[in-house]
Design a protein around this ligand. Structure first.
Ligand code: ATP
Ligand code: MG
Length: 569
């Protein structure tokens, strides 16, 4: 491809400071252009990478025995009414009406359509297991589309749905998808973790996410430093090593704390470290509000807390009026001692605290030297907090680190939710009709491109992993328009490299060397060859890898062999 035909550094859109690097780089390098909020066009260079990602995904799905099909983007409302999601799916679901006043949706996902196919096409256990997949546009009217194609409204997903007679077959199909996904991301050259995920409201048994590690990732992940344990922060259990609580040393004291609200303030005032300043959060309950007690240096974990009996789901903080009605106390200096009328749960780590500081249930007053068992009853223990770096790994090996990731894939054992709702059954060996067991498996194909950049860039631009780079090699001839010799060698190389099956981009623009070098780095193609009068005078070309600090001089006649060797690595 000739670079002179290409829009580079021409984007009119400058994403705000808060936007992430991959979005800025995708705009500057001319990979995508915004059409409307969360809706993008893919320009030729971006599309080349997108197609490479798709190809790897497709090859690994096929290798795992999945069957590709293509379902419509527009789906009839009737299917969504049958599954029950017509009423529960919120404003993310784009609904529309045709000229006959019939209701449709633009598919955010395809469980309904694929289950409809299954109930028509699958009759017997002999047709199972089967896995149908597609690479298709999805539309989700996200509240906050942002970061370009990372969280778009229209995006491309690879979605797969497997159908099974029983749970053991589903578990096998799930394991096959899990290893196919791992192979795909490895082939793309991405560093990722397979992370235990919350099965959320849909239920189901097993669910894991594939997370590409990047500092800007939206998801916090707890990983072990000793094995491949990884879990979403919401899910990682906090193991507090069992320890004997030392005996109390202080006596209970009531202290005046005018205006003091935060843990930092109370810790500074009392000189007691935050781990011995307990905070009491009042959350809404199914009947009455519930008090949750944590160490001041720990954070409440909503996913864990909302699973406690008596706590309202989804978790929300109780209002001042609710707190006052239930406890007779004004919010401000709440503490577990003397907090009558409501249930109290304490995090395991907070139960280990001695001589602690907490609210006195009286505005502008706190207590210090407080001890469980002595000054107030031992509370029921629960795991209420987020894990922090240094906590023991739930795998039993090593300690945890918190890293950030971008969710690029999600695999899920769904069970019978959709097959039961839509009546998708097959006849088993005994001739009885049984509802199908289902698994579903998604990959954010367009998001992968952004995630790959987020993980692989420097201050000068993108650094593509070879397998998904839009081109393998970029040719940078200097003074092309002035030097007939440079022009001749560059044209010849362009042809020769191309004929060898290596994808090559030719910077045929009449630009200064500095501009050409900067753009080659921005575009992030791994292997760069510079053709100059000076090099040619000694029979050499200059080769440089995008990650390398130094260039190498390669003889003109050796360059093809050299490139082929570099590309095999
Ligand atoms: P997220 O938590 O990021 O909103 P999700 O859990 O809703 O994603 P799934 O329903 O699991 O997404 O969809 C499968 C995959 O599709 C995700 O793992 C992600 O890679 C991709 N994806 C989901 N929403 C978007 C979006 N708005 N833009 C781009 N890709 C997306
Ligand atoms: Mg998901």
């Amino acid at each position: 491809m000739l670079l002179s035909r290409y829009p580079i550094n021409t984007s009119k859109e400058t994403p705000s400071e808060a936007e992430i690097v991959s979005h800025q780089l995708m705009l500057r390098a001319g990979l995508i252009r915004r059409v409307a909020a969360g809706i993008y066009s893919w320009l030729p260079l971006g599309l080349r990478t997108l197609r490479k990602v798709e190809t790897i995904v497709r090859e690994e799905m096929d290798r795992a025995g999945a069957l590709e099909l293509l379902m419509p983007a527009i789906q009839p409302a009737e299917l969504w009414q049958e599954s029950g999601r017509w009423n529960v799916y919120g404003p993310e679901l784009l609904r529309l009406t045709d000229r006959h006043e019939r209701a449709f949706v633009v598919g955010p996902t395809h469980e309904e359509v694929v289950t409809d196919i299954a109930r028509r096409e699958l009759r017997s256990y002999r047709q199972l297991p089967v896995n149908f997949y597609q690479i298709q546009l999805k539309f989700r009217d996200e509240v906050r589309p942002r970061f370009g194609v990372m969280r778009a409204r229209e995006f491309i997903m690879k979605d797969a749905y497997s159908f099974h007679l029983n749970e053991s077959s589903l578990a096998e199909g799930y394991a096959a998808m899990r290893s196919a996904y791992a192979r795909m991301f490895r082939r793309m050259g991405l560093e990722f973790r397979i992370v235990q995920a919350d099965t959320g409201a849909i239920g189901g048994t097993a669910s894991e996410e594939f997370q590409v590690l990047a500092e800007s990732g939206e998801d916090a992940i707890a990983v072990s430093d000793a094995d491949d344990y990884a879990a979403n922060l919401e899910l990682a259990p906090a193991l507090t090593p069992p320890q004997l609580r030392p005996a109390p040393r202080e006596t209970l004291e009531r202290i005046s704390t005018p205006g003091v609200r935060t843990i930092a303030e109370i810790s500074a005032l009392t000189g007691v470290p935050p781990e011995r300043c307990l905070k009491t959060l009042i959350v809404a309950g199914t009947e009455a509000p519930v008090a949750l007690v944590l160490r001041g240096d720990h954070e409440l974990n909503a996913t864990k807390a909302q699973k406690l009996p008596g706590v309202a789901q989804p978790l929300r903080m109780a209002s001042a009026a609710e707190i006052q009605a239930a406890t007779g106390t004004l919010p401000g200096s709440i503490g577990p001692r003397g907090l009558d009328g409501i249930a109290i749960w304490a995090d395991q780590a907070a139960i280990g605290a001695v001589d602690f500081v907490c609210g006195a249930n009286e505005v502008d007053w706190h207590l210090r030297g407080v001890n469980w068992g002595r000054d107030l009853p031992e509370p029921p223990a629960a795991d209420l907090r987020n894990v922090i770096a240094g906590d023991p790994s739930p795998s039993g090996r090593g300690t945890l680190r918190i890293v950030r990731g971008i969710e690029v894939g999600h695999i899920f054992q769904l069970g019978r939710k959709y097959s039961e709702a839509l009546g998708a059954t097959v006849l088993d060996e005994s001739g009885a009709a049984v509802p199908l067991m289902m698994g579903c498996y998604g990959i954010g194909v367009t998001r992968i491109v952004a995630a790959a950049i987020e993980q692989n860039h420097d201050e000068r631009g993108i650094i593509w992993p070879d397998p998904i780079a839009p081109f393998h090699v970029v040719l940078v001839p200097l003074n092309l328009q002035k030097s007939a010799r440079v022009r001749e060698v560059a044209d010849e190389l362009y042809r020769q490299i191309g004929e060898a099956g290596i994808e090559v981009l030719y910077d045929d623009r009449d630009e200064r060397p500095g501009v050409k070098f900067a753009d080659a780095e921005l575009l992030g193609i791994g292997h760069r060859i510079v053709i100059s009068e000076r090099g040619l005078a000694s029979g050499t070309l200059e080769y440089r890898h995008r990650r390398a600090a130094e260039s190498e001089q390669i003889r003109r006649e050796d360059i093809l062999d050299y490139l082929q060797k570099r590309l095999q690595r």
